[in-house]
Design a protein around this ligand. Sequence first.
Ligand code: NAD
Length: 376
Amino acid sequence: MMIGIPRERQDGENRVAIIPSGVSTLLEAGYEVVVESGAGSAAHFTDDDYRHAGAIIADDADALYRQATVILKVRAPSSEEAQLIQQDATLICLLDPWFNQPLLEQLAGQNVQAFALDLVPRTTRAQSMDVLSAMAGISGYRAVLSGAMALPRYFPMLMTAAGTIHPARVLVIGAGVAGLMAIATARRLGAVVEAYDLRPEVKEQVESLGADFIEIEVPESDTTGDSGYAKAQSEAFYTAQRQQLADCVARADLVITTAAVPGKPAPKLIDQEMIHRMKSGSVIVDLAADKGGNVDGTVLNQKVDVDGVTLVGHANHPSRVPVHASQLLTRNITAFLLNMTEDGRVIPKLDDEIVAATLVVQHGSVRHNTETRENP
Ligand code: NAD
């Protein structure tokens, strides 16, 4: 089977699904590999690097899609690009299936078999394939750097001949994979860090990184779903959160919000009143900007000023670290593909929980249920 690695076409996307060192793993597994010219250039991998690794270079997307029967991508293709995919081909990428139903219908109509890497289960066996965790780690790291660059002050405590500089105070809201990496990065830069998550079980992890865990009183509710993710909460719950987090937000120099509920818009955790109580020069980095934002006033992909407080709404932080993001994606996607490879062919077996959870389009129909947001 011929694996195709197209160039990513979304604005600002610098990552590539497979870097040259991953090509040899795919060849060893019995596949052939074709790479679109320039696919790795934004991540600093040249066509020659891919040639030396044993791949064929296709001049453009038409030539790539004509040859490839297994497409490995980072982001979902546009409808136009998807039309180039051959009938009976397999597509593996971050499909964002909750918000991409028309694309799934189109792929079904074209008889393409599609896997959504967003749905890789959070299990020990699937850890090496867990694209969301790999990318969330980069987002948490990069969010701190963006915040530090936007702050008009130092991060660490410094004792200088010209006086003592007090360390920056950082508040991280949402202590999942991205939040924990943000805490670790902010601590390494010397900040005093507080963190909050609605899942009380993360307290120990937060404290082990040297941050203080904030505990608040909220209406009693089931906060954690079966998969370890947060569950959506009532408006009364979110109101109680905002009221009690307001003082912590007001005393922070940098707030990083990462709160997400899979398949749902991001919960609103910071309103305008809370922003107005922050010191001038403070910064909020909203990592949920592409899901509607945790902060009232975040503008997607922009840095805006609200009364002296900077709101950073960049999406796709991993694309700003394209070398290592692509390296981690290569490992994740290769492990995912090899899990269902036999003699150089993709043989998906639905009794494998990873295959069953991620296979969203097969035999001309969409398996992903947008109501329950799960596969059957
Ligand atoms: P995520 O990106 O969906 O959410 C980010 C964080 O936001 C989560 O910690 C969530 O609890 C928090 N959050 C949601 N609503 C909130 C609110 N209203 N207020 C405050 N915080 C809120 O989640 P994620 O980081 O991808 O993963 C979450 C958890 O899944 C991990 O911490 C871990 O327990 C589990 N996980 C397990 C594995 C594994 O076992 N292999 C891998 C990855 C993640």
